[in-house]
Design a protein around this ligand. Structure first.
Ligand code: SAM
Length: 280
């Protein structure tokens, strides 16, 4: 019977793979993967000789057609990503949808996931969480997403690159300098580091390289007690619009407007000032 297997693979430590995953990859007719060089290393380690084929963000439509054809021929196809779970901040769900619509059996062989690994290690509340994946790159959209989810009860989980980690940590601190967060770096690898602390302390640790700006990162943000959260008129607008509303609609000087915004958002005046004047 043709089956599409979604196989979880290690996020760093090669030993983090299940017996079932190794057996499935060994017995499948084909393994579709993001980068054949990455998956070849895993296969070599476990002496898996199944042919590798490419399925990634930029060829996924064409590659899906090929996979559906193989399923039609009665083949067993395994899908993996470079690390962790396929479909989670990685391509795959469209293929799964197509396979299911065509009545093919889809089975997941569970495996490691970076966000869940960080959450379990962090000590932050883990009963309710929201996975945001990678945040938008532009500051304005990034802030909007952060504002929205930081006002919720659940712990927010974010993937971040070493190039943007400082910028994102700053954006979180601007919204709530007292918020507890966790940083998971190089999880399951030799230099694994998980730090849970107030965002301003984490920012300082990044500044003085106690948390080196190297490797792969997960950011977790503790949620808030939603019931105790007032709904503020300025939620949903960005910091600059907030300042300008005071200037234009309340006849305030920019100095007073910045002071009021800092009070509203529990931010430092200097940070509001800088953000406002940089973008002016
Ligand atoms: N599918 C993967 C999963 O299930 O976790 C996620 C793939 S996503 C393209 C890659 C991002 O996941 C990295 O940029 C990083 O944010 C996070 N990540 C993956 N491995 C990690 C690790 N060992 N330590 C920390 N973060 C990791």
């Amino acid at each position: 019977m043709s089956i599409l297997y979604l196989v979880g693979t290690p996020i760093g430590n090669l030993e983090d793979i299940t017996y079932r995953a190794v057996r499935t990859l060994t017995e499948a007719d084909y393994i579709f993967c993001e980068d054949t060089r990455v998956t070849a290393k895993l296969c070599q380690h476990y002496q898996i000789q199944t042919p590798l084929k490419s399925y990634h963000e930029h060829n996924k439509d064409k590659s899906s057609e090929q996979i559906l054809k193989l399923l039609e021929e009665g083949k067993q196809v395994a899908l993996v990503s470079d690390a962790g779970c396929p479909c989670i901040s990685d391509p795959g769900y469209e293929l799964v949808n197509q396979a299911r619509e065509n009545d093919y059996r889809v089975e997941t062989i569970p495996g490691p996931n970076a966000a869940i690994t960080a959450l379990m290690t962090s000590g932050l509340p883990s009963y309710k969480f929201v996975f945001l994946g990678f945040l938008p790159r532009h500051a304005k959209e990034k802030n909007e997403v952060l504002q929205k989810w930081m006002g919720r009860e659940s712990t927010s989980m974010i993937y971040e690159s070493p190039y943007r980690i400082k910028q994102t940590v700053r954006a979180i601190a601007e919204i709530d300098p007292e918020r507890k967060v966790a940083i998971g770096r190089e999880l399951t690898k030799k230099f694994e580091q998980v730090e849970t602390n107030q965002i301003e302390i984490i920012e300082q640790m990044l500044e003085d390289a106690t948390i080196p700006q190297k490797g792969e990162f997960v950011i977790l943000i503790e949620g808030v007690d939603e019931a105790s959260q007032e709904i503020h008129w300025w939620e949903g607008i960005d910091l600059n619009q907030h300042v300008e509303t005071y200037i234009n609609e309340h006849d305030m000087s920019s100095k007073d407007a910045i002071k009021q915004v800092a009070l509203d958002r529990k931010m430092k005046k200097r940070d509001v000032y800088e953000s406002y004047h940089v973008q002016e």
